[in-house]
Write a protein that binds this ligand. Structure first.
Ligand SMILES: Cc1cc2nc3c(=O)[nH]c(=O)nc-3n(C[C@H](O)[C@H](O)[C@H](O)COP(=O)(O)OP(=O)(O)OC[C@H]3O[C@@H](n4cnc5c(N)ncnc54)[C@H](O)[C@@H]3O)c2cc1C
Length: 283
């Protein structure tokens, strides 16, 4: 409950929304789908800026990338063929596995999901390895790499307006692997991988894992280890071992850190093996 709520604004333009956010910073918040805000207890919030009339609900194809507006609902990511045809379908799968309830998927937005910084967000993890960028409006507009954004140089009172997802180059493969004992809860752990094969060697390797502190993280030591190496079973095994050594999981009501640490090798191996299978099918 936002028990001190006194005002509700529905601006028609980004400039109008930003002016409201700037004027009342500290006591005003953006509301997108509202699915998280309605259950929050934030007594400092006195006003809300509803961004549903800013025409930010879209999925558009552009040169080399897909643009997703911040208020696009999660369900739309699942149903839209531009998203399912992108990046070996990992965004569709990630969106589906992140949310059990279709009712919530119909209202929760991609912008709300990213601003939450939820450590279990499979969607966030997938966008991280796909090197998506977010566009923030706030005075100037600029693009930030997802990992910078998520490590919270932050929104600074600005508005997330768009997510830019690059299309994958030829011979690039992406995969998602999860452990989800209860389909009504998010996966307790997920790994996403993405890599390009050039003359049989891995390039631009990205490996992301959920259930790390605050937000999903890239496993950079394992990524570096696989660069310019063959995607062989032995190298996959060894990269998964490096992830095991560096992974620092959280404990929560879904699973303990010891369990997550134990199973991280499995999900990373599965994701990388799926990339290998996709590469073999592509020959
Ligand atoms: C019954 C129920 C079930 C749920 N189930 C799940 C689930 O299965 N999985 C899951 O991950 N979550 C779940 N949630 C939580 C919620 O749906 C998610 O956190 C969702 O991502 C929030 O998106 P939203 O668009 O509704 O954000 P909102 O609630 O509108 O906003 C969330 C936060 O993000 C900020 N914000 C939103 N958009 C922007 C923007 N464009 N720019 C700047 N700031 C912004 C808001 O100010 C607010 O602080 C559930 C919630 C409920 C009530």
């Amino acid at each position: 409950m936002l028990s001190n709520l006194k005002g509700y604004h529905r601006p028609k333009s980004i400039a109008e929304a930003l002016a409201l956010l700037e004027k009342n910073s500290g006591t005003i918040l953006v509301i997108a789908g509202g699915s998280n805000l309605v259950r929050s207890h934030n007594e400092t919030v006195q006003e809300l800026v509803d961004i549903s009339s800013l025409r930010l609900n879209y999925i558009k194809e552009d040169v080399g990338l897909i643009r997703v507006g911040a208020t696009t609902p999660i369900q739309e990511l699942i149903e839209n063929p531009k998203i399912s045809n992108l990046s070996d379908g990992i965004l569709t799968a990630a969106a589906f596995q992140s949310y059990y309830s279709r009712m919530i998927r119909n209202v929760a937005t991609i912008g709300g999901e990213l601003v939450q910084s939820n450590p279990l967000s499979v969607l966030y993890c997938a966008l991280l390895v796909l090197q998506a960028q977010v566009r923030i409006a706030g005075g100037e507009e600029f693009a930030l790499a997802m990992n910078i954004f998520l490590n919270k140089k932050g929104l600074n009172g600005g508005l997330l307006v768009e997510v830019l997802i690059p299309k994958m180059a030829d011979r690039t493969y992406a995969a998602l692997s999860t452990i989800q004992p209860d389909p009504k809860s998010p996966p307790i752990i997920a790994a996403c991988s993405r890599l390009t094969l050039h003359k049989g060697l891995c390039r631009n390797v990205k490996i992301g894992v959920t259930a790390t502190a605050k937000i999903p993280q890239r496993m950079q030591e394992a990524e570096i280890q696989l660069e310019e190496q063959r995607l062989s079973n032995a190298n996959i095994e060894s990269a998964a071992e490096t992830v095991y050594d560096t992974y620092q999981p959280i404990s929560d009501h879904l699973a303990g850190e010891e369990y997550r640490k134990e199973v991280v090798r499995l999900v990373v191996k599965k994701a990388l093996n799926t990339c290998l299978e996709l590469a073999e099918e592509d020959l």
